[in-house]
Design a protein around this ligand. Structure first.
Ligand SMILES: Nc1ncnc2c1ncn2[C@@H]1O[C@H](COP(=O)(O)OP(=O)(O)O)[C@@H](O)[C@H]1O
Ligand SMILES: [Mg+2]
Length: 254
């Protein structure tokens, strides 16, 4: 791969990707945890646009603020200061109830350790999200599980599935509400190489179908599959690179 750094302005970038409205826009985004002497400034002023349809990797060492950034854009956490617009909505000023509606309507999350409910089968783990949010169609759950390669595992409990299969359930669950933005925080962190490659291939496919995908990782190899790599260091964006020829997930090793 040959990453090429571009100095394209955000609106230009959005136009080139065929979309004029950025899906994500932050200005002066900061996040401070704790107070006084114990205060930790996890994000120190993030200005960022992500156009819809992009596959962005947020890369950086442990503690650089990746999860914090992802959680704020996804409406799980709140900024201390600055503005965050997602899908045309200013989520930095919203009350918790409205923020929960925002998550239901726009985002799906995939985590490092899958976060499945152990007492529910694969099918039920996906159905529960549809019940909770009132979005999506329970009749489509077998089809969603089939699409992630688990057609024959719908009635298995998480403990009866491998790590890779559990992560596939998590992907199906994230897709259940048909979100326009899909966040994956270290999605391969608990998986071996071949399984990790398969999960990345799945995320690449979902992006090819038009979904905006944001992958958080400390693994620079994973970044090779992205259209764009944002590198975070100590709460700041250190670089923002466009990759004109992303690698296929199967060709990426670590
Ligand atoms: N809930 C929290 N309370 C206190 N400090 C936190 C909290 N979450 C994150 N931090 C701190 O913020 C910084 C960024 O953390 P994080 O976003 O998790 O980094 P990354 O995902 O890149 O490893 C770290 O110094 C971390 O210790
Ligand atoms: Mg993290």
């Amino acid at each position: 791969m040959t990453p090429t750094t571009t100095d394209a302005q955000p609106d230009e970038r959005a136009e080139r990707s065929g979309h004029t409205e950025p899906s994500v826009r932050t200005r002066g985004l900061t996040r401070i945890f704790g107070e006084g002497d114990a205060a930790v400034e996890a994000l120190k002023g993030i200005d960022l646009e992500i156009a819809s349809g992009e596959l962005v990797v947020i890369l950086g060492p442990s503690g650089s603020g990746k999860t914090t950034l992802c959680n704020i854009i996804g409406g799980i956490d709140r900024a201390s200061d600055g503005t965050v617009e997602v899908a045309g909505e200013d989520i930095s000023t919203e009350d918790p109830g409205r923020l929960s509606d925002f998550r239901r309507d726009h985002v799906g999350f995939i985590f490092q350790f899958f976060n499945l409910i152990p007492t529910l089968t694969a099918r039920e783990n996906v159905e529960v999200i549809i019940e909770m949010t009132g979005r999506g169609d329970k009749g489509r759950v077998p089809e969603l599980l089939e699409a992630v390669g688990l057609g024959d595992r719908v009635d298995n409990f998480p403990a009866q599935l491998s790590g890779g299969q559990q992560q596939r359930v998590a992907v199906a669950r994230a897709l259940a509400t048909d979100p326009e933005l899909l966040f994956a925080d270290e999605p391969t962190g608990a998986l071996d190489l071949p399984t990790g490659q398969q999960i990345l291939a799945l995320l690449q496919d979902l992006n090819a179908q038009g979904r905006t995908v944001i992958i958080v990782t400390h693994n620079s190899s994973v970044a090779q599959i992205a259209n764009r790599v944002l590198t975070l260091v100590d709460g700041r964006i250190e670089s923002d690179e466009t990759n004109t020829s992303p690698a296929a997930a199967a060709d990426v090793t670590w």
